[in-house]
Design a protein around this ligand. Sequence first.
Ligand SMILES: Nc1ncnc2c1ncn2[C@@H]1O[C@H](COP(=O)(O)OP(=O)(O)OP(=O)(O)O)[C@@H](O)[C@H]1O
Ligand SMILES: [Mg+2]
Length: 482
Amino acid sequence: MSRSFGATRAVQDISFTIAPGEVLALVGENGAGKSTLMNLLVGALEPDTGSVRVAPPSGPHGRRVAMVHQELSLFDNLTVAENLELDREGGGAVVSERASRASARSVLEHLGVDVSVDATVGSLTVGQRQLVEIAKAVSVSPTLLILDEPTSSLEGPQVALLFAAVRRLAAAGTAVVFVSHRTEELFELCDRLLVMRDGVQVEFGPLAGHTRASLVESMVGRETSTLYPGRAPSLPPEPEIELVDVSLAGRLHGVSLSFPAGAVTAVTGLDGHGQTEVAEILAGATRPASGTVAVHGVPVRFSGPRAAVRRGIGYVPPDRRLDGLLLDGSVAANATLAAAPRVHPRGVRSPRRERRVVQGLVQRLAIKASSLHQPVVELSGGNQQKVLVGRWLLVPGLRVLVLNDPTRGVDVGSRAQIYAVVRDLAASGVAVVLVSTDMQETLGLSDQIYVLYSGRVSGRLLAADATERDVMHHAMGGDARA
Ligand SMILES: Nc1ncnc2c1ncn2[C@@H]1O[C@H](COP(=O)(O)OP(=O)(O)OP(=O)(O)O)[C@@H](O)[C@H]1O
Ligand SMILES: [Mg+2]
């Protein structure tokens, strides 16, 4: 199959097969054409040339295709049960509310997800939302299941739930396509491999025989350097910004955290234990019920995120589409959203300067766009994420950068670039705060790690000698629970 968008040849002459019970890994750099190919496969996009051929269904229920899209698609203001009800097949049939809640509950239980069906989706963590979408797809017992980066917001135990479900389905004959930039996951789950580069198929065959390095090389066409840059030489004792005895109704209980300039401080824990709330409070998006936020020891109160930005505090939210990007805005507009003083000095609009600054950013982060004027909604998921992070590199006088899952859906090569940039920012004196569902990233990128459990600090570790086990020990409650 082939498919172009204007001059962009997103998918060029791709041919592959997938058998019942097989789990196929689909990999490639950001913008390689993976999501486009999957949309062609399910018929959500029309191919320019080529077609899909399917064997006649063998089971009694015919063919059922389910796809978990890369971007979350649930309705925020509806409950979990209402969302699951929405696109039930045979819509139109009136189902009692009770029946709908019961069926939603069984869908979640089947996957092992502990989320109330009466919760509004907006109140869930991004990881929980991703699990609800997965539960919905898995619940129809599809014959073909497509998972386009289903794990980008999931932490370890949540990934395990998904993998167990995929293995059950595959054992029962479901064909699965799995897209992920977390290479370790592919080896755990997949049998075969399809590698795309710039729309072209570079490899289709068994995954066995590949190493992590050889897989990455096949994807990017060259060997890659190390993923994580060095760490800060020392941890400055004075905080740039700190939380002192902060509480938030039911979510945080007397949390005190200190974030020094020049270092990367991770705040981690199992999903929903307060990390995101800490990030939002630092970014001025949430106001604590009690306790203080202090900058250089002076208490501050932000009326909102804009007020925090004026104080030099930047925020990368965990869901780029919800509160990060202006989707219809251009790459340039999104990149310069918080950088007016830099691109338009003394308040005078300077399109030429803007172009030069954005061009530099696009090169530095290898953002793939047809032009600086392309609407970000047309960029691939990973490239949207790069714009979201890159925005803060253009802000003069940045003091604090709060990153909530900054490399969500970003390919390995670009992740290394983002990590290098984050380390440069820290080295230049920025206090970086990292909240990440990716444990490797938490351990690899940070200098110190705070672990939260049930809205309380359960441990503080120096990242250089911390292991995944140490972090998990505290994330499960640590000594406090024993
Ligand atoms: N609706 C669209 N209009 C214009 N260009 C598009 C559109 N959809 C995709 N593209 C372009 O097609 C190319 C492939 O995008 P695609 O989303 O398939 O990449 P991907 O492999 O899924 O990347 P990622 O890992 O970042 O999700 C990109 O250059 C992208 O900008
Ligand atoms: Mg994609």
